[in-house]
Design a protein around this ligand. Sequence first.
Ligand code: HAM
Length: 420
Amino acid sequence: MAKDGLSTDPYKGVRDFYPQDQFVQRFLFEAMARACESFGYEEYAASILEPADLYRAKGAANEEIANEQTYTFTDRGDRLVTLRPEMTPTAARMVAAKRRELAFPLRWYSIPNVFRYERPQKGRLREHWQLNADLFGVAGIEAEAEAIALAHRVMLELGASEHDFEIRVNDRALIEAGLAEAGVGPEEAHAAMALLDKRAKLADFDEKLAVLLGSDRASALAGYFERVTSTTRLEQLQELLLAQGVRTMVIDTAITRGFDYYTGIVFEVFDADPSNARSLFGGGRYDRLLELFGEDPIPAVGFGMGDVTARDFLESHELLPSYVPATELSLCVLDPEAMTHAIQLASALRSQDVTVAINYSCKKPADQLKAADKLGIPFAIFVGAREVESGQYSIRQLATGRETILPANRIADHLFSSAG
Ligand code: HAM
């Protein structure tokens, strides 16, 4: 019966991770880490808390995120604190702080949780985990090629094949040239860019653009986008990607990316299945962000990939791993007199790397087997007076019901060979 207790719901827009969910998280994170490390990226981390100023400087972020989507509060010492809405400013801050000690090119990755006060919906939550992989110190197009090849590698590590996704790439220089050609000055370019970023999402995009720029300039811009569909840099990038077997890049001049800090190539990875329409990755070149810290610029390229859309991707392509608990063996104690013996046996097995959970309940064998089965534990051993006396144990495989009788020192080997 429901009582008037506290709600068991998590806070709006965030998730609880029960073991089955955390299992998938771990699968995702391990695939991400493997891909990054194969390209020579080293893991770093930082606190969730950042001074709010980090996101308020001009050019630091995305105005919508900084003004409307951050969790910002005043601490007890009157400091304005923000829960990080993304990792890029933190990474830039850390690199700027130690730039003289760090060796470039510098390759870093991290899988932080980040917070954005958004309206929760499919693919968008208020807390998500986000792989960030960033390469600092490479000015040439090889850096973009590496970032995109790494994004591609992450997808393959997740079990995707090339036709499951598409990497859409654009060059901001192309958009800027278009704006200049249409006569849009630098004062209006920012608003125009923000609108262009929403091009695919807004049904009334053309009208909105005409309101912003006037119909002449809006149609000049539309004409430009029809005529100009690539740049030399994009062609070079395509070539470098093909050279390493990445065939999934497509040029898409509708990709602009919302952040002010991007300065050149930008890209997003999309699921080829339109039912999971949100972008899986977003990234690009941001050569000027480190200047915010009073440092000389350091060229930088990187991307973020969120766990929410990644999980949706795995689900829609039937690539979700099936849950296997960390525990291999349930040690079921049959009566209190056998308890010490069972605890000793468990301890001996753990020192041989077997993962063992003891059922202390002394309930009926069938009940204990049911509990083990519910947890998904593949093996069980009963320990009662007979086992204590004989030193022989029956190892039961729950899925098949098969039992094997062995002395204590052969149990570990048996489990490892049966686990395949
Ligand atoms: P972003 O496009 O804002 O870029 O986020 C990157 C990815 O994080 C998105 O493609 C999406 O998968 C996921 N994501 C973003 N917001 C949410 C949300 N509210 N709920 C669930 N998933 C979300 C950045 O954050 C840049 N800092 C990435 C970057 C790194 N650029 C250079 N280095």
